[in-house]
Design a protein around this ligand. Structure first.
Ligand code: NAD
Length: 291
């Protein structure tokens, strides 16, 4: 297949490299001067998409996606697939998909879970929104870049699944960290706390697979001085998207709201920027009830 790939950052570069490595002809464009193995570097987004069977975008946010979409939609082949893997707001995903459909393209919003490690290893999970036909066009590429692709529904459903998942993740991480901080103050050994909770009804992915306490449970960013992993500022981005969506749809999400405020304080007023999102534990550890 001829593939146009736009946005060759931390995630996009290894994803594009995996597609090229699987034998597809990949033309890549990024506003920064990036070279990716086996990917043909071109000098504009329009050049990357000309003649492509499928175009993939992996961009920072919804505004940039809208700007890039406005540029590439008129330059794409009628009937081509347009797969946006960025994490963006549901509204931008739906608007871009509507414009793409109007131009005779097959849009899919397909944000990913699995991080930079998953992008390099080709083990991402894709959550996709779009028509059956659009999804089946993109699916062979999901198989190369990932280990699982779930077709969640119509346009926007992929982004909806992503922000709901990450809202649970943010809330659960905070719960796990504050429980460890409370256990410390009660004199409970952290290993015992892990042994009990990881096999009791308080278990979760954040406790069992990504334990925020160093030296406890499986290897996690806590064992590497809280270097990300999944950075606190990316969690904040996703929580804000969840609250934007909650507002737009009049959903009551009190814990999502509170988690957003906590991560905003941590990233923007404390020392959370550049740390893993599990560094909430040392944050709670240092605090008292009123401070
Ligand atoms: P990144 O900042 O490393 O990459 C984004 C790339 O887009 C950059 O190289 C940037 O130069 C490029 N870009 C910006 N504007 C452009 C334009 N107009 N035209 C072409 N290129 C442009 O970010 P990332 O970590 O690769 O994340 C990409 C997306 O994936 C984000 O939406 C993020 O939320 C999501 N995501 C990231 C992770 C992660 O662990 N990093 C995990 C899941 C999802």
């Amino acid at each position: 297949m001829k593939i146009g790939f736009i946005g060759l950052g931390n995630m996009g570069a290894p994803m594009a490299a995996n597609l090229a490595g699987a034998g597809h002809e990949v033309r890549g464009f990024d506003t920064l001067d990036v070279s990716v193995q086996d990917v043909i570097k071109v000098s504009s987004a329009a050049e990357a998409v000309a003649g492509a069977d499928i175009v993939i975008t992996m961009l920072p946010n919804g505004d940039i996606l809208r700007a890039v979409a406005a540029e590439i939609i008129p330059a794409m082949e009628y009937g081509a697939g347009f797969v946006d893997c960025s994490t963006v707001d549901v509204e931008s995903a739906r608007d871009v998909a509507a414009d793409a459909k109007h131009a005779g393209l097959h849009p899919v919003d397909a944000p990913v879970s699995g991080g930079i490690g998953g992008a390099s290893a080709g083990t991402l999970t894709f959550m996709a929104g779009g028509s059956e036909e659009a999804f089946s066009k993109a699916d062979p590429l999901f198989e190369i870049m990932g280990q699982k692709a779930v077709h969640c529904g119509e346009s926007g459903a992929g982004q909806a699944a992503k922000i709901c998942n990450n809202m649970i993740l943010g809330i659960t991480m905070i719960g796990t960290c504050e429980a460890f901080a409370l256990a410390d103050k009660l004199g409970l050994d952290r290993q015992k706390m892990f042994d009990v909770v990881s096999t009791s009804s308080g278990y979760s992915w954040t406790m069992n697979a990504y334990c925020p306490a160093p030296g406890i449970g499986p290897q996690s960013p806590a064992d590497n001085d809280y270097k990300p992993g999944f950075a606190a500022e990316l969690m904040l981005k996703d929580l804000r998207l969840s609250q934007q969506a909650a507002e737009a749809s009049d959903a009551d999400t009190p814990l999502g709201h509170h988690a957003t405020d906590l991560y905003a304080t941590f990233v923007e007023q404390e020392d959370g920027l550049g740390q893993d999102f599990s560094a909430m534990l040392p944050r709670f550890e240092k605090r008292s009830r009123d401070a």
